[in-house]
Write a protein that binds this ligand. Structure first.
Ligand SMILES: O=C(O)CCC(=O)C(=O)O
Ligand SMILES: [Fe+2]
Length: 210
């Protein structure tokens, strides 16, 4: 049985066409055609209206760490509601455990350097970001378009890259089976070489947000 606020490998693999990447280093899945091209286009339009330069919690002094543009997408927009419904059906995670959906746009040369999505438990800002809702648990990412060249997401420790593709979802558990943060989730949103890349990211937490 899946706990409230959780997804699980068994739950995800029970859904049609979900594929698990064969590795025991992390729980990592993909689902091609997760959302329709029309919904992707509507989400891209929202990102275009709201985008601003990305910020991250701890950029280890490198302002080129995440060079894309980011926005939180308004939860009352019909396209965002439709996406949230699809995410709930797939993950089984109560939306109360989710952060707002983030949209990102990468132009040529922009990237998100190798990082893990979980917060460093020894970091200065851990309490600031995690006091209420706790650590990040699952990441769900959807590519909204095909990119002419570059822009893949690379998981270096397992030598696996995902190429952007309209409507394709990639998701992973940020923790090990003992629930400690999993360093094997290290991933790199690689530079776009030609064209433009749009993605949405949805992060879940240990506890509901208030
Ligand atoms: O754009 C990508 O390929 C990766 C995005 C990412 O890692 C994130 O938003 O945390
Ligand atoms: Fe990430």
């Amino acid at each position: 049985m899946k706990r409230q606020g959780e997804s699980s490998a068994a739950h995800l693999l029970a859904q049609t066409r979900v594929q698990r990447v064969p590795t025991d280093k992390l729980e990592l899945f993909q689902l091609r055609g997760f959302i329709a091209p029309e919904l992707c286009a509507a989400l891209i339009a929202l990102i275009e209206t709201d985008r601003r330069p990305s910020t991250i919690a701890d950029d280890i002094g490198d302002r080129y760490f995440r060079t894309s543009e980011t926005c939180d997408l308004a939860p009352d927009q019909p396209a965002v509601r439709a996406l949230e419904q699809r995410l709930l059906a797939l993950s089984g995670i109560d939306p109360a455990y989710g952060e707002p959906v983030q949209g990102q746009r990468y132009d040529v040369g922009q990237e998100f350097k190798p990082h893990c999505d979980w917060f460093n438990p020894d970091g200065q800002d851990y309490d600031k970001y995690c006091a209420v809702a706790g650590q990040r648990t699952w990441t769900f990412m959807v590519y909204l378009n095909d990119v002419d060249a570059g822009g893949a997401t690379r998981f270096k420790t397992i030598g696996k890259s995902f190429a952007p593709e309209t409507g394709k979802l990639v998701c992973w558990n940020n923790r090990r089976p003992d629930l400690s943060p999993n360093p094997n989730t290290l991933h790199h949103g690689m530079k776009v070489r030609k064209g433009r890349k749009y993605v949405i990211t949805k992060w879940y937490r240990e506890r509901p947000h208030i």
